[in-house]
Design a protein around this ligand. Structure first.
Ligand SMILES: Nc1ncnc2c1ncn2[C@@H]1O[C@H](COP(=O)(O)OP(=O)(O)OP(=O)(O)O)[C@@H](O)[C@H]1O
Ligand SMILES: [Mg+2]
Length: 244
């Protein structure tokens, strides 16, 4: 088992991860045995065709769901059989999520959505208002702070969701299609923001994406096909897996 805090320790380690999902009278094998090590400060892109298990994998790593079989360690701590309370603690302390759909609170402004997780943090390290304003500014939303989600475009909502995920400066950031709704320029801002955050704070970033340009900016690409990691090293092989 890896030790907390050592430089080369795997932040994420999965072994034999499977996830079966019941569908009517049948079962969908969403993951079929995934072994994955991700190290501190790495930016890892997860690619693969629609339905290949990318979101399922991210949900398991983030402790949002339990595997059918297999183990998941975060910083050397096995999370797959942990109590909900303890898992919630780990999620709040260590993990920032950017979901495929934004999950913003519709009645709150952009600023309030980003401020909220800082106010909830048990050991808040930031002044909520100041930190939220800085992040929104960084993501090009300075003049949209007081808009509610339905007064923002899809791409702007996406960026608010990213600012919210970064609010408590989590050591691990899990992003599901963070540029899915963005034009090229906004996509570039998001990628640069994630790269800057990584260099400043050593954050580990796992990004699920269909965007090959984004994936290419990762340190490493993991390709999923039909619930398994396949060994696709060349861009042409990844393109083929993505059916591009
Ligand atoms: N709640 C569920 N019940 C049954 N099957 C599900 C459920 N959620 C996902 N699946 C199935 O599990 C498989 C993996 O789904 P997942 O959402 O992880 O794919 P994905 O790679 O994220 O796809 P996309 O690129 O379209 O987001 C798919 O075949 C999907 O249909
Ligand atoms: Mg998905």
């Amino acid at each position: 088992m890896s030790q907390n805090g050592t430089a080369d320790a795997a932040v994420i380690r999965t072994r034999g991860l499977t996830k079966d999902l019941p569908l009517g009278a049948t079962v969908v094998h969403a993951l079929r045995g995934v072994d994955l090590d991700i190290h501190r400060g790495e930016i890892v892109g997860v690619v693969g065709p629609s339905g290949s298990g990318k979101s399922t994998l991210l949900g398991l790593i983030g402790g949002l769901d339990k595997p059918t079989h297999g183990t998941i360690e975060i910083d050397g701590v096995e999370i797959s059989r942990m109590s909900e309370d303890r898992l919630t603690e780990i999620r709040n302390e260590k993990i920032g999520f950017i979901f495929q759909f934004f999950n913003l609170i519709p009645t709150l402004t952009a600023l309030e959505n980003v401020t909220l997780p800082i106010q909830f943090a048990r050991r808040a390290r930031f002044s909520p208002d100041k930190r939220a304003r800085e992040l929104l500014d960084l993501l090009g939303l300075k003049d949209r702070m007081h808009h509610r989600p339905n007064q923002l475009s899809g791409g702007q909502q996406q960026r608010v969701a990213i600012a919210r995920a970064l609010a408590n400066n989590p050591p691990l950031l899990l992003a599901d299609e963070p540029t899915g709704n963005l034009d090229t320029e906004s996509g570039r801002i998001v990628i640069e923001t994630l790269q800057n955050i990584r260099s400043e704070t050593g954050t580990t970033v796992v990004i699920v994406t269909h965007d090959l340009e984004l994936a290419k900016k990762a340190d490493r690409i993991v390709t999923l096909v039909d619930g398994r990691i396949v060994d696709a090293k060349k861009t042409s092989e990844i393109r083929a897996a993505l059916s591009l």
